[in-house]
Design a protein. Structure first.
Length: 138
C-alpha cells in the first residue's frame, strides 16, 4: 500500500489530493486550501487535524498501454502529443477525480429532474384540491 499527498494550483485555488494505492485500486480524496499558497505549517495542520475527515472515493486503475519498443522518435513524439491533447495532462489521481466529479454532476442532474417533477406534481395536486374545495363551497 502506497500513499501520497500532492498540493498543486488548480486556478484559482490551491488543492491537495490524497491518494492511497492498493494492488489494483486507488482511493482518492480532494481538499481545497483556498486562494493563498499553503505553507508547510498549513499542510502539517491539515494532516494532523483534518486528514481523518476526508471522504475517499475508490477508483479502479486502468492498465497503461505499453508503447512498442522500436518506433521512430518523430512518430513517438507525435503519438505522445496526440495522446496528451486527447486526455490532457495530469496524474492518474487527477483524472480519476475528474471522472468522479463528472459522475456526481450527472447524478445531481438526474436528482434535480426528479425533484422538479415531484414539485410540479405537488403543485398540481394542490391546484386540483383548491378547485374541488371551491366547488363544494368551502
Amino acid at each position: 500500500m502506497d500513499s501520497r499527498f500532492n498540493v498543486f494550483f488548480d486556478d484559482p485555488f490551491w488543492v491537495g489530493v490524497a491518494e492511497v494505492v492498493d494492488d489494483d485500486r486507488i482511493r482518492i480524496a480532494r481538499f481545497v486550501f483556498g486562494g493563498n499558497e499553503p505553507g508547510a505549517g498549513d499542510i502539517y495542520d491539515f494532516v494532523i487535524n483534518r486528514y481523518s475527515h476526508l471522504k475517499f472515493d475508490e477508483v479502479c486503475i486502468e492498465p497503461d498501454v505499453p508503447i512498442p519498443q522500436k518506433i521512430n522518435p518523430k512518430r513517438q513524439k507525435r503519438l505522445i502529443n496526440r495522446e496528451m491533447s486527447r486526455n490532457g495532462s495530469g496524474t492518474k489521481s487527477q483524472e480519476a477525480l475528474k471522472r468522479i466529479m463528472e459522475s456526481r454532476k450527472i447524478e445531481s442532474r438526474e436528482n434535480g429532474k426528479v425533484k422538479k417533477l415531484e414539485i410540479e406534481q405537488r403543485k398540481y395536486e394542490l391546484k386540483k384540491q383548491k378547485r374541488l374545495d371551491k366547488r363544494r363551497g368551502h
